[in-house]
Design a protein around this ligand. Sequence first.
Ligand SMILES: [Zn+2]
Length: 405
Amino acid sequence: MTFHSMWAELLPVGRSSASGGYRRFAWTGADLDCRAWFRQQAEARGLTYEADRNGNQWAWLGDPARGDAVVTGSHLDSVPDGGAFDGPLGVVSSFAALDELRGRGAELTRPLGIVNFGDEEGARFGLACVGSRLTAGQLTVEDAHRLTDGDGTTLPRAMEAAGYDPDAIGPDPERLARIGAFVELHVEQGRALDLSGDRVGIASAIWPHGRWRFDFRGEANHAGTTRLADRRDPMLSYAETVLAARREAELAGAVATFGKIAVEPNGVNAIPSLVRGWLDSRAPEQHTLDTVIGGIEKAARAYAQEHGVDLAVVRESFTPVVEFDHALRDELARILGTDADLKVPVLGTGAGHDAGILSGSIPTAMLFVRNPTGVSHSPAESATEDDCVAGVLALADVLEGLACT
Ligand SMILES: [Zn+2]
């Protein structure tokens, strides 16, 4: 099966020899290598290749201008030291599923597209799903132009360096209007399928999720000469807030994580003047998430006051609950339900995806492939070859059911 050779080609791109994880950040050399690979796969199959204004790549079989196209795909970029499967599994499986369809001699009745969405993880510029958000009009051109990476390079400069025109970005409703269904295959980012003993699942919904920045401002001073009683140490209130986040999430059946922190002046022998912590939180329902965030913020304000520290909380991004298109979901269940070897449970997820962004504009669905470790955004993320092949065949069945009948 072509899956293996494609997978092997992509495997070394952007891999850190130190961590074994991937560093395929938007518009860096590793990302451009992945994009070159995508184009090469498209052209090798005689597909019509195009890069859109927002940095997404498309490969078409049939003319998308006919409308009602069926599109599949995912992303090729990664988080810092990410695993091999998050994103690439969906793109590689898409090409492999197309090969499978051709092998079956299936005749298309609708245009079929494969897409690689740009900058899905947001690892470089801090906002996830930039390519699909821009296309769907969920990110303004002004806000996109202001995105800046850790080295001070703006998104426009990064796009320009890669040969793109940053002034051309923006909503692309004509493109979306041509798509009748989008199906994203993705490695599962949890253990639901492992626990249920199934290879492949169908997504029901994406939990509402967001990112909040907590700025605790105190007073820098000497770590050796400042009496404990005289300190205004923001690290203390930050540390207590981290514990409060865990507590609130546990109580509510949600998740909350402080995974990134910036400290000023960041010296071993200095009491910090500023501790900036980023909170990521997700919950099955909106009201649960509101309760969790409200509880964490209330606790943080109390801790800040206790230590004479100022606190500012800024919501940096937010994605409401995404219910995938029920009709399309039922259609997938019907198509896959005819395969006696495959049980396909329907499951929710706490992870965001381009499919979630697009669900506001077009019917979307997702397939998950079992990940025995349940780990994601880490080199420990995994999927067996047999399960990857089962994913490809399920995707081929879905594409055949949607685009060939
Ligand atoms: Zn992903």
